[in-house]
Write a protein that binds this ligand. Sequence first.
Ligand code: FES
Length: 99
Amino acid sequence: MNSAFRDLTPAQQLVPVTLDGDELMLPDGANLAAALLAYGVGVFRGTPVSGAPRAPYCMMGACFDCLIELHGVTRQACMTQVQAGLVITKPKGRDHADG
Ligand code: FES
């Protein structure tokens, strides 16, 4: 994926995670939101009402625009560290909320 962001610590060990069923390699221990942005993930979720796309904004736990699901539990990606085996799902907004 293309990204406007650059990983400033490329020497870190990469570990496997899955994102919506696709395996990708991210830096172990990195901030998950930053790692996904650097990988090229542009949209993290859709809003519950309209499904409008959202992506990390504040990177400090205040805006909640980085919400993703980790092993089925909603979490803030910017408050999470990358570790091997993470199962990440992007909430799909209105369709997701309706089941
Ligand atoms: S980017 Fe704002 S809470 Fe995560």
